[in-house]
Structures are given as C-alpha cells and as structure tokens.
Design a protein around this ligand. Structure first.
Ligand code: SAH
Ligand code: SF4
Ligand code: F3S
Length: 468
C-alpha cells in the first residue's frame, strides 16, 4: 500500500466523512467533509451551530434538504475532487430536488468566494471558515429569498471557543480539540494563510474545559490541532501560557488521557516542549515535524525559515531529550526550480532521519501564493511524479525496517475498534503512533492493552496481548 493513502495528518482525507447522526430538526442537513483534521474538527463545530439553529443532521443524501460540503484547497486535486462532488449534487438537484440547497464551506469557499457562485451556478451558499456562526441565518436567508448567500469574512478573534462540538463521527475513544486557527507563516507554496487568515489562539480555560468534558464522557485520547501549534500563546502581562505549558496542563487532567498534537513547525519547537514529552508519560512519544525538503536553498525558496542543518540539529536534540521518540514528516516533490541534486538532498535527509511515517506530495501551484507570483512551476509533471515515486519507495522501505525493529518489543495500545480486515482482531495505536492489530480476546474499544509485537508490514504492527 502506498503511504500516501494512509490517514493523513493535516492533509486531504481520502474518504470524505459524512454526517451520520439522526435528523432532529425539520430541515435536514447532510454535511460532508474533505481536507485536514482541522476541517473534521470544524465540521463538529458546524454540526453544533446548526443544531442550535434548529437544523437536523442526516447521514442520508436522499432525505437532505441542504447539502453542505466542507472543502479543502491545499492542492489542485483536492479542489477537483470537490468540484466532481458538487457536479453530482447539481445533477441530483436537477433530477427532481429543485429546492435542495447546496453550500460550499471551508477553504475553497474562502479561496474562490463569489467565483463559486458564478462558476457553479447551483451553489446557494458560500461560507468561509470564520463565518460558521452565521450559517443558520445564511441558510434561512437563502431559503426565504431563493438568493445565494455569502459570508467569507475572516476574523482576527474567532476561535469558536464557547461552542461545544458535536462529535457525530466519533469512535468515542479519540477526539480532536482545536486550539488555534489560521497561520502567519506564509510558506511560499501554501494557500492556508489565505484561506484561514491570521493566527489566533483559543483561551486556555475553554481548551481545558473541553478536554475535561471529553474525559468525563470516557474519551481516552485528545489530538490538539492547529496549523502551527508550537506558536500557541494565550494571555498577557507575564501571564501567558505557551504550547509546552498547555500540553502539560492537558496531560495533568488525567493519566488515562493520551495527548497528541498536530502540526508543529520545526522553527519553534522548544526544549520545554520536548521536556514535557519526556516527563509526562501520557504525552505521546511521537512528533509530526514537517520538513518539506532536504535542501537549504529549496527551504529558503519555500520560506520555511530553517536550513537543512538546523532541522537535523532539531532532530538530534529531540532524540537526545526524548530517546526513542517516533517522528513523521511531510515532503513536497518537484517544487519550483528543483534540480536532481536538490531532490537527492531530500532523499539523503530521509535516510539520515529515518522517519517512521511520511506524507508525501507532488508540488501543486496555488493561485495567489508567493511561489505562484515569483517562481516558475518548471519541474515537468513526469519528473515530479518520478521523484515522488522515489521518495515514497524509500519511505516504505524505511518504515518497514523501523517496524521490523519493533518485533519483540512491547507497547501499550489504545484500542480504537475492530480491525478493518478481520472481525476477530482489534486495532489501535501505540504510544509512538503506530497502528497495531492483535487478537480481540476479551478486550474492546477504549482499553489500554499491553501488546508484544510479533510481525509487521510497512504500515502496521501485528502483535499479541501480554497477559499477566
Ligand atoms: N500547517 C501544516 C501543514 C498543513 S498542509 C504544517 O506546516 O506542517 C499539509 C501539507 O500539505 C504541508 O505540510 C505540505 O507538505 C503539503 N502542501 C501544502 N501546500 C502544498 C502545495 N501547494 N503542493 C503540494 N503540497 C502542499
Ligand atoms: Fe502552510 Fe506553512 Fe502555515 Fe503550514 S506553516 S499551514 S505549510 S503556511
Ligand atoms: Fe486543511 Fe485543506 Fe484548508 S489542508 S486548512 S482544509 S486547505
């Protein structure tokens, strides 16, 4: 299996998530989610706002009065996927559901704005990521007037911190908790600062209250989310809480609660945070540390603000403070001007770091970004593709070797549910974020189980429960 098709970290979902809860209100909304974990988390906020506004959610398109698609704009193929889906919805509307409303939410709504109304004539609603509180009003307006309704205003303050998300597609074990919104980094290839606006942090008290409530409901794991969690900062006048302190405080809520986070920018990963990993048993032994490229000149062009050497130093520092910590990354192949030598630097960095997992992409030019304005997207498609294949092949080999080295070791696995392949097996993740499957025995969802690893593939560890 190609690693690209694994569950992504802040990248597109392969299978869109559909709303599954039963309808309660008279007007029923079908909500479908594309994109990253932030979008999954946003859809839980959207579900809550809609419910408060008197709308019901449905998992059935047939009974939907309103179809909302929460979209992603990160790469062109993410947008194409959404466009195909919109066309299907349009056809459905034409085939006898003339009153059905179709709405585009999220990053594509923000990027394309009114263009969506002009191009996709049957879109009734365009709502950006900071305007979800306005959804009930906009929907009502569009239903009353038959006119399209738009709100794509970005905010400097909105964090939805008082909204209790409805976790309609949850496994009841692990939950996402959004701790900040937006991004101020302006990496030259990336559309996110344009679609999500300025960075802002959510209040410590509302984050802790949400985590407390999750523990009370029996959740065992939280993944705190932001585009750049390391720059989390809340408070004033010498009374600020930074990311390391926030993670520490969440971890102190309960020893039974595992804490993960995504995503951290290498430029501001602090020693304090690494010490929290070391000292707090329930802060997972895993960091997603996107490098994007292995060559310093390319990193400069990408405006990542660190060099190859600085990144490698950070990896050394991380591993010396937290021995055995698992690392994953994001890599882009074929960015503007990339030469064969520069591409080889990515491969050599991968060989040096030996990531446990990687999410690997072909560069896709995004309108309005610095790269689109200043550089030429000059690496031919087939070269991009073959470099990406080389990167994926190397990573599969490294993942397999890393997993083989796990054979004979013991892990505490938090069970997330039945294994997809075999009903008599359970699957869950180890502390270091590896998917582990083992025979069900008497165990179930939400249990912490000690497992000895006996076999593996490049994507999964296979083990057996250790009794006694
Ligand atoms: N905030 C996160 C990234 C979110 S986007 C971070 O900085 O880590 C997830 C990944 O998509 C990025 O890390 C990058 O590898 C990839 N990506 C972003 N823009 C892209 C583009 N224009 N083409 C290809 N991949 C891109
Ligand atoms: Fe995009 Fe860079 Fe911000 Fe990540 S840190 S969302 S890659 S601009
Ligand atoms: Fe996420 Fe895609 Fe937007 S990756 S932030 S949904 S552009």
């Amino acid at each position: 299996m190609s690693l690209i098709t694994e569950i992504p970290v802040l990248s597109e979902l392969d299978v869109p998530r559909a709303s599954t809860v039963r309808a309660t209100g008279d007007i029923k909304v079908y909500l479908e989610t594309y994109g990253c974990q932030m979008n999954v988390s946003d859809s839980e906020i959207i579900a809550s706002v809609l419910k408060e506004g008197g709308y019901g959610l449905t998992g059935s398109l047939d009974e939907a009065d309103v179809v909302l698609i929460n979209t992603c704009a990160i790469r062109e193929n993410a947008e194409q996927k959404v466009r195909r889906r919109l066309n299907e919805m349009r056809a459905r509307k034409r085939r006898g559901r003339p009153d059905m409303k179709i709405g585009v939410l999220g990053c594509m709504a923000e990027r394309l704005r009114e263009k969506l109304l002009e191009q996709e004539k049957l879109v009734d609603l365009v709502v950006g990521p900071d305007a979800y509180r306005d959804l009930p009003r906009l929907l009502g307006e569009s239903m009353d007037t038959g006119q399209a309704a738009v709100n794509v205003l970005l905010s400097r303050e909105e964090t939805y911190d008082d909204i209790v998300p409805i976790r309609y597609d949850s496994n009841g074990v692990s939950a996402f908790v959004s701790i900040m919104r937006g991004c101020d980094n302006m990496c030259s290839f990336c559309v996110v600062p344009f679609t999500r606006g300025r960075e802002r942090s959510r209040s410590v008290s509302s984050i802790l209250a949400e985590c407390d409530a999750l523990v009370a409901q029996g959740f065992k794991e939280v993944t705190v989310l932001g585009q750049n969690v390391n720059s989390y900062r809340f408070g004033q006048n010498g009374n600020t809480v930074d990311f390391a302190e926030l993670v520490n405080r969440i971890s102190l809520i309960s020893d039974e609660l595992r804490v993960r986070y995504s995503t951290s920018h290498p430029k501001d990963c602090s020693d304090e945070l690494l010490h929290v990993h070391k000292e707090r048993e329930n802060v997972c032994n895993y960091i997603h540390l996107p490098v994007q490229h292995g060559n310093t000149a390319m990193l400069e062009r990408m405006k990542r603000t660190y060099s190859r050497e600085e990144y490698l130093d950070l990896v050394d520092r991380t591993r010396s403070i937290v021995p055995g910590i698992a690392l994953s990354t994001d890599i882009i192949a074929g960015f503007c001007g990339e030469t064969d030598e520069e591409h080889n630097d990515t491969l050599s960095l991968m060989r040096k770091v030996r990531y446990d997992q990687a999410y690997m992409f072909m560069y896709s030019e995004r309108p309005g970004t610095y790269a689109e304005r200043k550089f030429e997207d000059d690496v031919p498609d087939q070269v991009k593709r073959s470099r990406l294949t080389e990167i994926i092949t190397l990573q599969s080999q490294i993942s397999l070797e890393n997993n083989q080295a796990e054979i004979g070791t013991e892990h505490t696995v938090l069970v997330e549910g039945r294994s997809k392949r075999r009903d008599d097996q359970l699957s869950g993740r180890s502390d270091n974020n590896k998917m582990v499957v083992f025979d069900r025995g008497t165990r179930g969802k939400g249990d912490y189980v000690r497992v000895r690893i006996t076999d593996c593939t490049s994507a999964t560890l296979i083990g057996e429960e250790i009794h006694g």
